[in-house]
Design a protein. Structure first.
Length: 276
């Protein structure tokens, strides 16, 4: 009971509440206590009966998810139900065909758009234009999308809550996109993120975080599949070499891969898609 209470408290510290004050966010099946905490165990959350609607139940069915590297920090995620999501969307990558959902972060113009196509149904900004943290907890057909706010570098200082780590829970998978992360994560961040089966990580080596810091975060999250992005001129080997022998490395000739909970690699694997 004590360990479960700690898990709940850590989660609530960063929990992305739904936009409406009258709504409660759906329970996350990916949320867990950070591994480094004493006596840490994964916490299991069961939805209350009122949340067990057919729409929410679809979010956890098995199926294939297709992930495509579109460019820069934009990955396109296509769910079994056909929901198309583009991450760190500026309009340059991942716009054709038009996604139904886009996420954005405001570090640079290459990560957001002030004028997204009006045909995009859901535009999820990683910052709150009105101040304070952005809070997203959205179910779209078979995917649940939430965010964990982080700070962002503004000149020499860190701007509070300017970035978000977006998490996509679909087909039993927990998929995380670190965005334009500018600082080390605290235990409460890890607790709010929970388990990530697939991690999209920037490896530019300095515009976000140094490779040493990004390696530290990637190693602690220990995802089954790691998808580098935001590489710029950094040699891939500088990142993969730091990750060590615990992580396999695989280069694909395609910009896309298809994955399900059943086909995740047995060993944590860094997968470099064509174009990265």
């Amino acid at each position: 009971m004590l360990r479960l209470s700690v898990a709940v408290l850590l989660t609530l510290a960063f929990w992305p509440f739904a936009a409406s004050a009258q709504e409660e966010p759906p329970p996350s099946r990916c949320v867990a206590i950070a591994q480094a905490l004493p006596s840490a165990t994964y916490a299991s959350f069961t939805a209350p009966k009122k949340a067990q609607t057919p729409l929410l139940a679809q979010a956890f069915v098995d199926g294939d998810v297709t992930i495509t590297y579109a460019g820069h920090s934009t990955y396109v995620i296509e769910t079994p139900a056909g929901v198309r999501i583009a991450t760190d969307f500026s309009g340059v990558y991942g716009a054709d065909p038009l996604p139904r959902v886009v996420t954005m972060n405001k570090a640079h113009r290459t990560h957001y758009s002030d004028h997204p196509d009006p045909g995009i149904e859901y535009v999820l900004r990683g910052w709150n234009p009105d101040g304070g943290p952005a809070r997203h907890a959205l179910v779209v057909d078979d995917v649940y999308i939430r965010n964990v706010p982080t700070d962002i570098r503004n000149g020499g200082d860190l701007g509070k809550d300017g970035n978000s780590i977006f998490i996509f829970e679909v087909a039993g998978l927990c998929i995380g996109h670190l965005g334009h992360l500018h600082h080390r994560l605290e235990d409460a961040h890890y607790g709010a993120i929970g388990r990530l089966d697939i991690l999209m990580v920037p490896i530019d080596g300095g515009m976000t975080l140094s490779l040493d810091r990004m390696t530290e975060i990637t190693a602690r999250l220990y995802s089954s599949m790691i998808l580098p992005m935001h590489r710029h001129s950094t040699p891939i080997s500088e990142f993969t070499g730091r990750m060590g022998d615990d992580f396999a490395v695989e280069f694909l000739s395609s910009r896309s891969l298809t994955v399900s909970l059943k086909t995740l690699p047995d060993r944590p694997t860094i997968i470099i898609l064509d174009g990265v």
